[in-house]
Design a protein around this ligand. Sequence first.
Ligand code: GSH
Length: 232
Amino acid sequence: MTIEVWSWPTPNGHKVHIALEELELPYKVVPVNIGKGEQFRPEFLAITPNHRIPAIVDPEGPDGRRVELFESGAILIYLAEKSGRLMPSDPVERYKALQWLMFQMGGVGPMFGQYNHFAAYAPEKIPYATERYGNEVKRLHNVLEKRLSQSEYLAGKDYSIADIATFPWVRNPDRRDIDLAEYPAVKRWHDAIAARPAVQRGVAVLSENQRSGPMNDEERELLFGKTQYQRR
Ligand SMILES: N[C@@H](CCC(=O)N[C@@H](CS)C(=O)NCC(=O)O)C(=O)O
């Protein structure tokens, strides 16, 4: 049975595309153009009240029951458990995989995202904000560097959903003014993951829609203006 992936080519979308490519599970992408406000459509809100991609619908979940899920971390855990792969079998490494997945979801994603916002999208430059989030981006890279200088992958010796969650955020380091040469273990890990054929297929999903250049007024309004904050 085909899993529906409601998504767009952003780091949180890439995570799910990469996992599905690694697992070779049949899936169909339903594009949700977040620059055109498609995240606010009723059919998407019926799956996720948070109106953010990614979300999945698996018509054949546990015991044949339909599963609808949002939050990329929960989706990665679901896919790993469904397939029995991408999660270490060793119980200690399994908790490590969950720990680093939470570190990505609670730290890397939100902090890097805020840095992108203030460095690239804010209409005025606010030095306190760019400095605060820029410092967090560097601190989080230092944490990753420390871990990856002691361990091949984030969870341990095996590639796992923790790596899949983190890779799309570490890719394109220049967007966050990061030079990976300063983080050699992160660079070693990044290059190994970037070379995986499934990762290359995953980041290519919907890539023809990848946004580039400055944000237009419509996108700005949808993502950061009244439409975004309307009560639904
Ligand atoms: N914690 C969520 C974050 C999802 C998220 O922020 N998605 C962004 C794209 S990366 C989005 O859909 N933005 C649309 C909007 O802000 O309206 C997850 O990991 O799934």
